[in-house]
Ligand binder design. Structure first.
Ligand SMILES: [Zn+2]
Length: 57
């Protein structure tokens, strides 16, 4: 089963960014560089507010 995508709001600058739910590398905010998600060996751990879950097609 493919992983989902999440719309995540950066708690530092309120940028909204789409993050892959199984990211294998750290995902940084495109605006301020804060780490939005970090890999945990399977599912990414998202440390900021998840606004929306987007099912992959
Ligand atoms: Zn940010």
């Amino acid at each position: 089963m493919a992983g989902n995508f999440y719309s995540v709001r950066c708690s530092d600058c309120e940028n909204e960014q789409t993050v892959f739910g199984k990211a294998s590398t750290e995902v940084a905010c495109a605006v301020c560089g804060t780490t939005l998600a970090r890999p945990t060996g399977g599912k990414a751990e998202i440390e900021h507010e998840i606004i929306e879950t987007v099912e992959s097609r």
